[in-house]
Design a protein around this ligand. Structure first.
Ligand code: K1U
Ligand code: ZN
Length: 169
């Protein structure tokens, strides 16, 4: 088991755009295993490789109550979005303790590779759809607080920097 350290907002490495995975090989299988360990340890429902300072298009998600139904999305691409969208309460392991509303599509279809390198299309709605959109934003270097007003975002930045200074002491 390897729990990786999660970058905290406003770390500039969270703004990097992830590159496509060139080959689904043993290195990617190890990265996925470590990302699952990290997500479960942090009690999150998702994690993008960007958050563990790996800038390749890899996401893990598990929205199950039992925490035993992981979804692995490699090189994910949105192929359909619903006409309807709603404001959903979101959190982020890179912005601990902050929750706020973000407008997201109600449903999405995403095409991705699985760990066997096979193409699959996932049809998602509700929390799974929200989580996929949140994690795909991470791969584009976008953290959910970027959707909030500049006033809220600056307050969050100040709070995070203060918490990081105190943790470093
Ligand atoms: O990417 C991440 O930082 C993980 C994030 C995923 C996420 C949560 C909620 C909405 C969209 C995306 C988390 O897991 S935050 C912690 C958490 O478990 C959680 C927070 C709010 C609602 C449900 C779960
Ligand atoms: Zn996040």
């Amino acid at each position: 088991m390897a729990v990786l350290s999660i970058l905290c907002y406003p770390d500039p490495r969270l703004e990097k755009i992830a590159k496509p995975v060139a080959a689904v090989d043993a290195r990617i299988a190890q990265l996925v295993a470590d990302m699952k360990d990290t997500m479960y340890d942090a009690k999150g429902i998702g994690l993008a490789a960007t958050q563990v300072d790996v800038h390749e298009r890899v996401i893990v998600i598990d929205i199950s109550e039992e925490r035993d139904d992981p979804l692995v999305l490699i090189n994910p691409e949105l192929v359909w979005t619903s006409p309807a969208s709603h404001l959903n309460e979101e959190g982020c392991l890179s912005v601990p303790g902050i929750y706020d509303g973000v407008q997201r599509f109600d449903a999405v279809h995403v095409r991705a590779l699985d760990l066997d390198g096979k193409v699959r299309v996932v049809e998602a709605e509700a929390l799974l759809a929200v989580c996929i959109q949140h994690e795909m934003d991470h791969l584009q270097g976008k953290v959910f607080v970027e959707y909030l007003s500049p006033l809220k975002r600056n307050r969050i930045k100040t709070k995070m920097r203060k918490a990081q200074r105190e943790d470093a002491r």
